[in-house]
Ligand binder design. Structure first.
Ligand SMILES: Nc1ncnc2c1ncn2[C@@H]1O[C@H](COP(=O)(O)OP(=O)(O)OP(=O)(O)O)[C@@H](O)[C@H]1O
Length: 240
């Protein structure tokens, strides 16, 4: 399978804190690749570097054959990022927000309409899109932002804890949406603390702790290796 993203020996320090200590992995085309690890393991730092929002202290990121250092614009055009603590503009209406974001990515007015229509479908928010975002529940905001992240059908969607804080039904819906987009050609790099979600969504998982990758494989491979019933047990054994 073709590789869409290569992360090579990534290091990142914040002052004295070494958040990443040489992290390498790759994401194949059409794959959902998940990062799991305890709080502070370095997941968000990794995702933010790939999304070009942070620069690494050392190492390389190669996306679709292009090094991020020289091609940040290309990367930004083809990657979308859903941050963990994403707020949206509270005083904007949902639809205004989608239009505003669509104009950044669209090459012409026709694309703007295509993106907005796609986002309407993904969000499932129908009439509520005419209301101000300040009146939305947490689940509605998450859906709006996921719709924004996927509406361009990016080559790679980076989703930091896509369903955190959502109830079971909303989380299920969001997972289904993500899987649909993978069928249409989007690769996904995500982080999550929810092992059920990871088993349902991911093709491969990387377990990270203290800025290093400890294991990579499919959920099945990891469960077999650690004679574990589920990923939670794998996680416990690897991280302890
Ligand atoms: N802006 C920052 N300044 C200083 N230290 C930071 C900063 N951002 C992250 N760190 C530190 O880097 C390390 C990795 O943090 P990161 O947010 O990447 O972890 P994470 O795996 O995403 O954690 P969580 O699961 O809690 O979201 C932690 O020790 C954290 O305190």
């Amino acid at each position: 399978m073709e590789t869409i993203l290569q992360v090579e020996d990534l290091k990142k320090s914040y002052g004295k804190i070494e958040a990443l200590k040489g992290l390498s992995f790759e994401v194949k085309k059409g794959e959902v690749f998940a990062l799991i690890g305890p709080n502070g393991a370095g997941k968000t730092t990794t995702l933010r570097i790939v999304a070009t929002l942070l620069t690494p202290s050392e190492g390389n990121v190669v996306f679709m054959g292009k090094n991020l250092k020289e091609h940040a614009d290309f990367v930004r055009e083809n990657i979308s990022y859903l941050p963990e603590e994403a707020g949206a503009y509270k005083n904007m209406r949902g639809l205004e927000y989608l239009r505003f974001m669509a104009t950044f990515y669209a090459k012409n007015e026709r694309d703007v309409e295509i993106f907005i229509n796609r986002a309407k479908e993904i969000s499932g928010l129908s009439d509520r899109l005419s209301d101000k975002i300040g009146t939305y529940s947490k689940g509605m905001i998450r859906k709006l932002l996921l719709a924004r992240a996927l509406m361009t059908k990016p080559a790679l969607a980076i989703l930091d804890e896509p369903t955190s804080g959502l109830d079971v039904m909303n989380a299920l819906e969001i997972r289904e949406i993500i899987r649909e987009y993978v069928k249409e050609g989007t690769s996904v790099l995500l982080s999550s603390h929810n092992m059920l979600e990871i088993e349902f969504l991911s093709d491969r998982v990387a377990l990270i702790d203290k800025g290093r990758i400890l294991e990579v494989g499919t959920a099945e491979e990891l469960k077999e290796k650690y004679s574990a019933k589920n990923l939670e047990e794998v996680f416990r054994r690897v991280v302890q």
